[in-house]
Design a protein around this ligand. Structure first.
Ligand code: PQQ
Length: 692
């Protein structure tokens, strides 16, 4: 009986109660966000500000795929469950590290090219003896937690479209709720609730209207009828689906019995192209509250009306009760891509506070407290001015998916923030219109590369930095900050032991005092960390677990500005610490950065320019702007095939490496164009060797 409660047989039976409290004592880390409030705050105190310096490794495990490691471990009754790239699931004895089983959903590697930001996965949900995982190819799979065997699987997306899943399913009132991604390519976002026992569909909520104008026959119909006038009559959303993917945050509020969706950016990004520059385009870049039983709309708060910069509101949401102006307010908190930290009243969706958490935010100066709307800088709407807008923050985000935590004792939220600007510009060439392969974001991607100016590139590298921000949501300002020389540092986790844990892009796992930000611990892990940590107790011992390994949007796409992080090896590990742990990690070699012998540069400037535009359009989102490499996918400036036109063609046109996710680009490139890209990369590599 597929619907049977598996708790009796698996030892992870108490999980449904644990989701509310994580067992109350915090011995389990029952869901990726710790419990339904998703504060990632543990009440455990054995490891604390006085003794955290004694942490050492209890055990570690090698992870098989050197792509982004983004999952937070889930730990229940002594077993640890994590996911890795390609939606694989791994189970361990949490005290010893003994592998119990693994599960590979066998995603077709060619699907990887539709994952905008790496083939990542952020973790499982556990409930009544089952684990739930979303896959890159849009399946929601239920596993028996004891054996890792598949119980049921449903296809939650139309696989003829570029939908993907990277986010964590959430189990709410006997249902599993899952969203999807794909708004960089052209999809229409939605979430679906399935019966947790059987996988039968319960309801679906679309986040943007149906381009055909017809009702969907789904829970969102009434809401969509209301928001349809916020979209233009024509505009590219009619073809692209409009976006609004819910690719990360979905949070259940057990106090108010509401479900909050963090809704993503528009598709294409460019509001001028998407919606003829008209309308707020609800529910893009919004937090939407639903009734979990039916999926009916309750309220919404839109953070970025008329979204046009890829400003998602998908980032982690923390629930809390705060004393604001002498009143206890049930709030949600979010630090989304756009650089403002929001405190929103959960009862009605009204804005309480919005404050800039990184310096230099220039698309808006602040929020009108009456309307809850941003006060915009008119220059930011590049499609209106016709001029490029050099924006802070950018699509890569002031804060991306890296988990944020909230410590109710310190009254602080810990934002893994970053300071990375970039330019937005209307497309100048038909090349940048929608294509069967590649991004469809309404930007001048063909020209979006680093200038051939060493000083400018060095400035871009120095200017892209990271910052841990301890934000006081009541005072609406930072209490303390820690700066990092590179962006894309790890998610945060905080404890009643007055600690905040965070990994860094340069390969350290650190702990700070939660109240003051004083650094108390640093451990060299030899590889960059992006994921958030979990903590749990087995017997008399508290453990801290974190995945290490680089990947995700920024290392794939940013090119040179990844800076020193590119030299850090990418050797993925699951790391588990305890007080007095003595296990040693094997030494890793730094990435080889000695100059390679490049083929002679014989290209004419015209060929280089053509190759550069094609590279910008089709290659840079995975191989980095200006082929600058990010230490995840092959650094093409060092590729042994640069001097070998036949192998180059076999890879780009014939799909020789499709089993590794490098698909054939024959749909969009002629063999001659493929060679122009090769000539451009050779030219760029010569320039970089000489100038950087
Ligand atoms: N994913 C990452 C990552 O895992 O590093 C970073 C991003 C995504 C983004 O910056 C995105 O904008 C983004 N957008 C979508 C989307 O629009 O559907 C999906 C995803 C994803 O599923 O990973 C990301």
């Amino acid at each position: 009986n597929a619907a049977a409660d598996r708790s009796a047989t698996t030892g992870v039976g108490k999980i449904d109660a644990a989701l509310l409290t994580s067992g109350g004592d915090g011995r389990d880390w029952a869901m990726t966000g710790f419990n339904y409030q998703e504060q990632r705050f543990s009440p455990l105190t054995q490891i604390n500000a006085d003794n955290v310096g004694q942490l050492g490794l209890a055990w570690y495990a090698d992870m098989p795929d050197a792509r982004g490691q983004e999952a937070t471990p889930v730990v229940v009754d002594g077993k640890m469950f994590v996911t890795g790239p390609w939606s694989k699931v791994f189970a361990y004895d949490a005290a010893t590290g003994q592998k119990l089983w693994d599960f590979d959903p066998k995603v077709n590697p060619e699907k990887g090219v539709q994952a905008c930001c790496d083939v990542v996965n952020r973790g499982v949900a556990a409930w009544k003896g089952r684990l739930y995982v979303g896959t890159i190819d849009g399946r929601l799979i239920a596993l028996d937690a004891a054996t890792g065997k598949q119980d049921w699987s449903v296809q939650t997306t139309d696989n003829s479209k570029p939908y993907t899943i990277t986010g964590v399913p959430r189990v709410v009132k006997g249902m599993v709720v899952i969203g999807n991604g794909g708004a960089e390519f052209g999809v229409r976002g939605y979430v679906t609730a399935y019966d947790a026992g059987t996988g039968a569909k319960k309801w679906r909520f679309y986040t943007v209207p149906n381009p055909t104008g017809a009702p969907d026959g789904e829970a969102s119909d009434a809401a969509m009828a209301k928001v349809a006038p916020t979209w233009s009559k024509n505009g590219q959303w009619k073809q692209s689906g409009g976006g609004g993917t819910v690719w990360d945050s979905i949070v259940y509020d057990a106090e108010l019995d509401q479900l909050y969706l963090g809704v993503g950016n528009g598709s294409p990004w460019n509001h001028g192209l998407r919606s003829e520059g008209q309308g707020d385009n609800l529910f893009l870049s919004s937090i939407v509250a639903l009734k979990p039983d039916t999926g009916e709309y309750v309220w919404h708060y839109q953070e970025t009306p008329g979204e046009t910069w890829d400003f998602t509101a998908t980032q982690p949401i923390n629930l809390a009760t705060l004393n604001i102006g002498g009143q206890q307010r049930r709030v949600l908190m979010q630090a989304p891509k756009n650089g403002f930290f929001y405190v929103v009243d959960r009862a009605n969706g009204k804005l309480i506070n919005a404050g800039q958490f990184i310096p230099g935010v220039n698309w808006a100066t602040g929020y009108d407290p009456k309307t809850g709307r941003p006060i915009e800088n008119p220059e930011a709407r590049y499609y209106k001015t016709g001029k490029p807008f050099l924006a802070m923050p950018s699509a890569i985000a002031a804060h991306n998916w890296q988990p944020m935590s909230f410590n109710p004792k310190a009254g602080l939220a810990y934002i893994p923030a970053q300071i990375v600007g970039s330019a937005y510009l209307n497309p100048s060439s038909p090349l940048d219109q929608a294509k069967p392969l590649g991004f469809n974001v309404g930007q001048d991607l063909g020209n979006a590369m680093y200038p051939r100016d060493p000083a400018a590139v060095k400035q871009a590298i120095a200017g892209a930095t990271g910052r841990l921000v301890a934000w006081d949501p009541v005072a609406n300002k930072a209490r303390w900050t820690v700066d990092y020389p590179t962006p894309w540092n790890g998610g945060t986790m905080t404890t009643a032991g007055n600690l905040v844990f965070q990994g860094t892009a340069l390969g350290e796992f650190r702990a700070y005092a939660a109240d003051t930000g004083k650094q108390l611990f640093s451990y060299p892990v030899g590889t960059g960390i992006m994921a958030g940590a979990a903590t749990f107790m087995i017997g008399n011992e508290q453990y801290i677990a974190v995945l290490a390994g680089r990947g995700g949007a920024l290392p794939l796409s940013i090119g040179y500005a990844i800076g020193k992080a590119r030299d850090v090896p990418n050797v993925p590990h699951l790391l588990v610490f305890k007080l007095g742990g003595t296990v040693q990690l094997p030494n890793t070699q730094p990435q080889d950065s000695t100059p390679v012998n490049l083929p002679e540069n014989k290209a004419a400037p015209q060929q280089v320019a053509q190759g550069q535009a094609l590279f910008g359009r089709y290659c840079q989102v995975c191989h980095g702007a200006s082929a600058g490499g990010g230490g995840v996918l092959p650094n093409l400036q060092r590729s042994a095939t640069l001097g070998d036109p036949d192998t180059w063609k076999a890879i780009l046109i014939d799909g020789m490496l499709k089993e590794r996710g490098m698909v054939s680009f024959a749909k969009v490139l002629t063999p001659e164009q493929a060679q122009l890209i090769r000539l451009y990369v050779i030219d760029e590599a010569h320039w970089a060797q000489k100038n950087l």
